[in-house]
Design a protein around this ligand. Structure first.
Ligand SMILES: Cc1cc2nc3c(=O)[nH]c(=O)nc-3n(C[C@H](O)[C@H](O)[C@H](O)COP(=O)(O)OP(=O)(O)OC[C@H]3O[C@@H](n4cnc5c(N)ncnc54)[C@H](O)[C@@H]3O)c2cc1C
Length: 437
């Protein structure tokens, strides 16, 4: 029998919510975790790249990893390519359904109660508590607690009803998980840039093994009305590299999701409420990566909840200070970089990637100092290295121009003719289709 009175209510069973519930339960708080779906982790939406920092910090078992990544190849709009390869492993790739389930199991083992199929839709304040109403099997389930941790992901319902609206740009993602891919290396994701392939973001192949991976992209709906499926089908059929990789490959499943980037980041707390993970915009705007910061924020939110329940009201603003101290700089840096990249015309982006390919010392600098989780750490060594070469200095004016345009929000070049037109419906192919091109 589910009680209606808890110390902490956690809404959302993703990385932020799972980690929050686990942490809260571990310190003895009576914790309930509400998840709208009938199963944790499904439907999966994410590529699953997770930094080694997360594995170390949270002692995550490496058995959760499908493969490990050391390198990345960047394909420019003009087809030139640059590969950077680190000596040590940078990240592992997980299956998010398995990963999220593992987290929820840890939370349950620590004493948290998990309620599946419960979609929180409203919070109201009553006598120092928050009452959360959730739809469950056609009925209303009401649970109450002094602290609610909102970890609903990219699209939130609850904070708005408690006076904390979260507004930001949601880019739209689609991936085909495929078997039978013709990959060069299982430790090297490939990133494909260019407005005609993935306007407002980029496309990728995230390897899962020697011949399997997630082929996907995100598009920014502010620049194109066309759905991601239009661009993904086009990438697979026409991109000179991707089309070769997928020849004869089979779609195993499709993953759909949104990423909150490039918005104002309002406060992440209100009386009795802490917001964590995608719900609070804890995502790198360059790559869309948010699992690690969601885990960090989930843990910090649960620690703050414990302090609030102990009578420490200052724990609310301290939560925001704590996550900003941990990764606020990365959010600011990657937002500036994303705006700059979006404002950079394709020919300049191609020059940038070409110059990386042709400049071994520059590549070595990235290989030594690069860390996909903490991208801002690369800025100083990279600038230092770039200043040694006339070719890189020649790139400074267009990059600075793009940076300034990005600052003023003029961060999107017009699309090539035809791509901005009204959408044409494209059938999503059957789950087991084979790609021949
Ligand atoms: C295409 C794509 C690829 C990505 N690839 C990567 C990657 O490789 N690496 C990386 O680090 N990040 C990646 N991300 C981002 C990453 O998925 C998110 O940053 C991460 O999932 C955020 O975790 P979260 O717990 O905040 O939210 P979510 O994982 O979205 O979890 C939210 C949970 O809350 C539940 N929920 C929502 N609303 C309610 C409600 N009202 N009541 C009850 N339950 C609710 C949802 O069902 C869900 O289970 C990707 C995202 C997309 C879309």
């Amino acid at each position: 029998m589910t009680s209606d009175r808890w110390d902490v209510i956690v809404v959302g069973g993703g990385p932020a919510g799972g980690m929050a519930a686990w942490t809260a339960a571990r310190v003895g708080l009576r914790t309930v975790l509400l998840e709208e779906h009938g199963e944790i982790g499904l439907p999966a939406h994410c590529s699953g790249k997770l930094s080694v920092h997360a594995f170390r910090e949270f002692a995550l078992p490496t058995s959760l990893a499908r493969t490990s990544l050391r390198a990345a190849t960047l394909y420019a709009p003009d087809g030139s390519a640059a590969t950077v390869r680190r000596r040590e492993i940078d990240s592992h790739v997980v299956d998010r359904d398995v990963f999220d389930r593992w987290l929820a199991e840890q939370a349950q083992a620590a004493g948290a109660e998990l309620i599946l199929g419960a979609r929180a839709r409203r919070g109201t304040r009553e006598n120092g508590l928050i009452a959360v109403e959730a739809d469950r099997r056609g009925q209303t389930l009401t649970v109450r607690a002094a602290v609610v941790i909102d970890a609903e992901g990219a699209r939130t319902l609850l904070p708005e009803t408690l006076g904390l609206p979260q507004r930001r740009v949601l880019i739209q993602g689609l991936q085909y998980e495929m078997d039978g891919l013709r990959l060069d290396a299982a430790d090297t994701p490939e990133l494909y840039f260019g407005r005609e392939w993935a306007p407002g973001f980029f496309a990728w192949i995230m390897p899962l093994g020697p011949d399997s991976g997630r082929v996907g992209l995100c598009v920014d709906p502010r620049v194109t009305h066309r759905p991601p499926v239009y661009f993904l089908e086009r990438l697979i059929a026409e991109h000179p590299v991707t089309s070769r990789r997928v020849r004869g490959a089979r779609i195993v499943r499709k993953l759909v999701g949104r990423i909150p980037i490039l918005g104002r980041r309002p406060s992440s707390y209100a009386p009795g409420l802490l917001v964590a993970g995608d719900a609070a915009g804890h995502v790198k705007a360059t790559s869309g990566g948010g699992i690690y910061f969601s885990l960090v924020a989930g843990r910090l939110a649960a620690e703050a909840a414990g302090a609030i329940l102990g009578g420490d009201a200052a724990a609310l603003p301290r939560y925001e200070q704590a996550w900003r101290r941990r990764f606020g700089r990365e959010l600011v840096f990657t937002t500036a970089l994303r705006r700059t990249l979006n404002a950079l015309p394709d020919p300049d982006l191609s020059r940038l990637i070409r110059s990386l390919a042709q400049n071994p010392p520059l590549r070595r600098t990235i290989e030594e100092h690069g860390d996909t989780q903490y991208q801002s750490r690369m800025l100083r060594p990279l600038l230092g290295q770039a200043l040694h070469s006339w070719r890189e200095i020649a790139l400074a004016p267009p990059v600075l121009r793009a940076f300034v345009r990005g600052l003023f929000g003029i961060d999107q070049e017009p699309l090539p003719p035809g791509l901005e037109a009204e959408p044409r419906t494209i059938e999503v192919r059957a789950e087991t289709s084979t790609h021949q091109s």
